[in-house]
Write a protein that binds this ligand. Structure first.
Ligand code: PMV
Length: 316
């Protein structure tokens, strides 16, 4: 018997970094996916096959001894074998069209699709149970995850999140396109977040003003999303990028990409931690192709996405 599931990646639209200090963040699922197929095998082993390599191990190894980006899959398979008292094994195959390690939610999508495919080999898990398993799996790589990424990958659409009140789905029919350009600079979210903490400690007054400004901006954005006002949203994106520049998470390559995006679209900004990773430019049908062509002319790696409203898909 096989079990198959797929989950979308995500982008942070507004509020990254400031969310660490209590401001609301807005994120959305994107129509790039990870698909996981799981199968019971006779041999008592856990095997994970993916386009970034394979991991084949005996069950029951301490998770701290596993040094592989595929660790969440091992965690999930091992947990299911233990709780179901199984002496068989699990083989998992991962297919991805989300670039890895550049802030597009590839690891959350792996955890959500992996939790669904692996758990449903044994039992009819609900979306809520899958999300809980996925967050536990993601904690094997990011101990401090807020769970926001896994939540948006599970339910799809646009979501607001803050530390105090958790998640709320935003009802919006927004139909914009995002052109995502990848700097191909791998970033460590942890070290960029540490840099922002230092900026905050050295500039307490300015940082607190920036948090207030970002909070106001996010409230305006929530209205604009409901009204589907793409042009005004573009202005907010440009403004948000200025705040991100100020806290030092940009660099020359990202600025060059953002300039191309801002000239060819309604607005462009970093998405996620910065220091590398991706930027996005907000477009609609009138400027989508033009924007993509501008990035391609300068040899930047880019592609367009739309909001994914489906979230987790279970194939059986
Ligand atoms: O790089 P990403 O997409 O995982 O985003 C990190 C978002 C931050 O706000 C910078 C950190 C956080 O924990 O929210």
């Amino acid at each position: 018997m096989k079990s198959k599931a797929s989950a979308p990646g995500k982008v942070i639209l507004f509020g990254e970094h400031f969310v660490v200090y209590g401001v609301k963040v807005i994120l959305c699922a994107i129509n790039k996916r990870i698909t996981v197929t799981a199968e019971k095998i006779e041999e008592h082993k856990i095997s994970i096959k993916s386009n970034i390599g394979d991991l084949i191990l005996e069950p029951n190894k301490p998770i701290s001894e596993i040094n592989s980006p595929l660790k969440p899959f091992y965690y999930l398979a091992n947990k299911m074998l233990q709780t179901q008292n199984q002496i068989t094994g699990i083989e998992t195959t991962v297919e991805s069209d989300i670039p890895l390690g550049v802030g597009l939610g590839s690891s959350s999508a792996c955890c959500v699709a992996g939790a669904a495919a692996i758990s449903r080999l044994f039992t009819e898990t609900s979306k809520e149970e899958i999300l809980e398993l996925a967050i536990a799996a993601e904690k094997t790589i990011f101990q401090n995850t807020s769970g926001a990424d896994c939540t948006v990958c599970t339910y799809g659409g646009i979501m607001e999140y803050n530390k105090k009140n958790g998640f709320t789905k935003i009802e919006s029919e927004s139909n914009f396109h995002l052109v995502i350009a990848n700097s191909n600079i791998k970033h460590s979210t942890e070290s960029v977040v540490a840099g922002v903490k230092q900026f905050k400690e050295e500039n307490e007054v300015e940082f607190s003003k920036l948090c207030n400004d970002e909070s106001k901006l996010v409230e305006d954005v929530l209205k604009l999303l409901k009204d589907n006002n793409t042009k005004e949203l573009g202005q907010k994106i440009i403004q948000n990028q200025e705040y991100l520049e100020r806290i030092g998470v940009s660099n020359e390559k990202l600025r060059d990409m953002i300039m191309i995006g801002q000239k060819s679209s309604f607005g462009a900004k970093i998405t996620g931690a910065g220091g590398g990773g991706c930027i996005f430019a907000l477009t609609d049908e009138t400027n989508l192709e033009h924007s993509i062509n501008q990035f391609k002319e300068k040899n930047y790696d880019c592609f367009s996405v739309k909001i994914d409203f489906k979230g987790l898909i279970l194939f059986n």
